[in-house]
Design a protein around this ligand. Sequence first.
Ligand SMILES: [Cu+2]
Length: 169
Amino acid sequence: MKSIVQPLASVLFVALFCAAPARAQEVKAGDLVITQAWARATPKGAKIGGGYLTIENKGSTPDRLVGGSTEVADKLEVHQMAMKDGVMTMRPLDNGLTIDPGKTVKLAPGGYHLMMFDLKSPLKQGDTVPVTLKFEKAGDVKVSLAVQGIGAQAPGGAMMKKMPSGMKM
Ligand SMILES: [Cu+2]
């Protein structure tokens, strides 16, 4: 009997844990699981904002994040940021961002990110930004980006680091 009670208890624990007012929202869409969706607060007058999230592909075929939209900005693109000759550069991923089966892709400062252009108003810490992501297979997926502080490196603000001056986004 003990062997049955034990796993049940842990399932119950997980269920309770997930039902708690967690700040890390989890969105499932087909084989994809999206977590840690957040954005950085923007200074007044800023026209662009960055969004970040983690996408896990639990399926057996690749999917691709090809774009998206949000009501807070005119345009949303999927970008890649990389250091090139000592300078941070970024470019839109014209063919989208592939999430291979069994893999987790993290959009985070300094790497892949969602870029919102022509913000209608600044993103304020504590706000939630609704975004519709477009995947090749999973289709349109709605997520909410939890807005963190301007210098945040990760959701929750626990890993705040100073950005080197002169580096944008
Ligand atoms: Cu960008």
